[in-house]
Design a protein around this ligand. Structure first.
Ligand SMILES: Cc1ncc(COP(=O)(O)O)c(C=O)c1O
Length: 418
C-alpha cells in the first residue's frame, strides 16, 4: 500500500493498493501466471496452509495479482477486505451460498439482473432455499417479508434493466433492526457514483466485467466485506468458526475458505490485470458516461418515437429523489432504458444503428444497445418478464464515452428510419 492517504476518489483510484517496490518498480502489478507457488521448506508450506504467512499456495486459492485488485477494490468501496472471482455471477453465488442453508430464506428486490433472477427464483428452489422477491423500492414490503428464516436482504444499487434506485440507507436500517446484513450488487453504480457501505450496506458485489474494467475485455467479479456487521447476532451459527478465526472478516473468510476455493470460482490473473488497467481510468470514464447519459436522455425525451424513458436523472422519475440523495452530484448512471411503439420498431431501430453496438453487455466504453425481451429474457415466462418490467417495446442502452453528438446522431438517424 502507498503510505500517503489520498482523499479524492480520482486520485485514490490510481494510487490505492500500489506497491511498486514489491514489483521491482513497475507501475503495474506483474501477472503471476502460475498454477502453484513453490515453498523452499516443508515448514513454510505447512505454515501457509495454517494461514500463518500470507504466502500463496495454488492459483485456485489465491494469487498475488488478484490480491492487488482485491486491495484496490476493497479500499475504493470503503470495505475491510475483498475476494475477486471469475465473474459477477460467481461473486453473487458465493455470497449467497456463504449465508444460506437448506430451509433458509432471503428477501430480494425484484429489480434484478437476468442470471441473478434465475439463480434466486429457479435454481435455489432446488436446494430448498426461498428468495422472497418484493418491489425493490418498497421498504414496507421488504420489512413485512422478513421472518425468522430470513438471512439477508439483497438489492441492486441501480436495478438492471429496470433502472430503479432503492433506498439503501432505509433498507440497511430495516436489515440491521432484524439482525440481518444488507447485500448490494452495485455493478451499475460503481464506487465512483455511490458507496453503499457509507449508506449502511454490509456486503458489496460487483461484476467487474462492466465499468470497473470498462473495455469489455475481462470477465470478473468481487465480493467486498464492510467488516462492520455483527455476525454473532444469532442468525448465523455456522459462521462461528470463521468469527473465531477472522473476527470482523468472518463472512469474507467463509466466502473464500468454504465457497470460492471449493466451488473453484477463481479469477484468472490476466483478467485481474486487465481490470486494474481499466480501473486506472475508471473515474475519468465514469465522468463521461454520466455526462453523456444525461444528454442522451434529454435527446431521447425530445424524440416523438420514444414513448417513455427510464433514467433516474429525470426529475419526474420515481427514483429521482433517492438517486439524488445516494449518488454523487455528477450523474445518475450510464445505463437507461426506453420504449418505442413495439418490438418491430425496436428491431428496425437496432438494425439501423451504424455506430452503437447491439450486444449483451453494459458498462463498456462503447455505446451498446440490446432488446432484452427477445434476447436475454427470451426463454422467460411472461409473468416473470412482467415482474422484471421486461416488455416487447423496451430497449436498454448503455451510454458509452464517445463524443455525445456522435451517439445522439446515430440514435437519431436510427429513430428516423423507423
Ligand atoms: C447488475 C449485474 N450483476 C451481475 C451481473 C453478472 O456479471 P457477470 O456477467 O460478470 O457474471 C451482471 C451482468 O450483466 C449485471 O448487470
Amino acid at each position: 500500500m502507498s503510505s500517503v492517504k489520498y482523499q479524492d476518489f480520482r486520485t485514490r483510484v490510481l494510487h490505492e493498493g500500489q506497491t511498486p517496490a514489491d514489483w521491482q518498480g513497475s507501475t503495474l502489478p506483474p501477472i503471476h501466471q502460475a498454477a502453484a507457488n513453490r515453498h523452499h521448506t516443508a515448514e513454510s508450506l505447512s505454515d501457509t496452509f495454517a494461514g500463518k504467512t500470507g504466502e500463496h499456495i495454488y492459483m485456485r486459492l489465491s494469487n498475488p495479482t488478484n490480491k492487488v485488485l482485491e486491495q484496490k477494490l476493497a479500499s475504493l468501496e470503503g470495505g475491510a477486505g475483498a475476494v475477486v472471482t471469475s465473474s459477477g455471477m460467481a461473486a453473487i453465488t458465493n455470497t449467497c451460498m456463504a449465508l444460506l442453508r437448506a430451509g433458509d430464506e432471503f428477501v430480494s428486490g425484484n429489480s434484478l439482473f437476468m442470471s441473478t433472477y434465475v439463480l434466486f427464483a429457479n435454481i435455489f428452489k432446488k436446494y430448498a432455499i426461498t428468495a422472497r422477491l418484493v418491489e425493490s423500492t418498497d421498504l414496507a414490503a421488504i420489512e413485512e417479508t422478513i421472518n425468522e428464516r430470513t438471512r439477508f436482504i439483497y438489492l441492486e444499487t441501480i436495478g438492471n434493466p429496470k433502472i430503479d434506485v432503492p433506498d439503501l440507507a432505509g433498507a440497511a436500517a430495516i436489515a440491521h433492526r432484524h439482525g440481518l446484513p444488507l447485500v448490494v450488487d452495485s455493478t451499475l453504480a460503481t464506487p465512483y457514483l455511490c458507496r453503499p457501505i457509507e449508506l449502511g450496506a454490509d456486503v458489496i458485489i460487483h461484476s467487474t466485467t462492466k465499468y470497473l474494467s470498462g473495455h469489455g475485455d475481462a470477465t470478473g467479479g468481487v465480493v467486498i466485506d464492510s467488516g462492520k456487521f455483527d455476525w454473532q447476532g444469532g442468525r448465523f451459527p455456522d459462521l462461528q468458526p470463521f468469527i473465531d478465526r477472522k473476527g470482523p472478516l468472518a463472512f469474507l473468510d467463509k466466502v473464500w475458505r468454504e465457497h470460492h476455493i471449493n466451488f473453484g470460482t477463481t479469477q484468472a490473473p490476466l483478467h485481474s490485470y486487465l481490470t486494474m488497467l481499466g480501473l486506472d481510468t475508471m473515474a475519468l470514464r465514469m465522468e463521461r458516461h454520466l455526462a453523456n447519459a444525461r444528454q442522451v436522455a434529454e435527446f431521447l425525451a425530445s424524440r416523438p418515437e420514444v414513448k417513455w424513458i427510464r433514467y433516474p436523472g429525470e426529475p419526474d422519475n420515481p427514483s429521482h429523489r433517492t438517486a439524488v440523495a445516494q449518488f454523487n452530484d455528477l450523474g445518475f448512471g450510464g445505463v437507461l432504458s426506453f420504449g418505442l411503439a413495439d418490438q418491430e420498431k425496436c428491431f428496425k431501430f437496432i438494425n439501423s444503428l451504424k455506430m452503437v453496438y447491439n450486444l449483451a453487455n453494459l458498462g463498456d466504453c462503447r455505446s451498446l444497445v440490446i432488446h432484452p425481451y427477445s434476447s436475454q429474457y427470451l426463454a422467460f415466462a411472461e409473468s416473470a418478464r412482467q415482474m422484471l418490467s421486461i416488455t416487447p417495446e423496451m430497449i436498454r442502452l448503455s451510454v458509452g464515452i464517445e463524443a455525445v453528438d456522435d451517439i445522439c446522431a446515430d440514435l437519431g438517424q436510427a429513430l428516423d428510419s423507423i
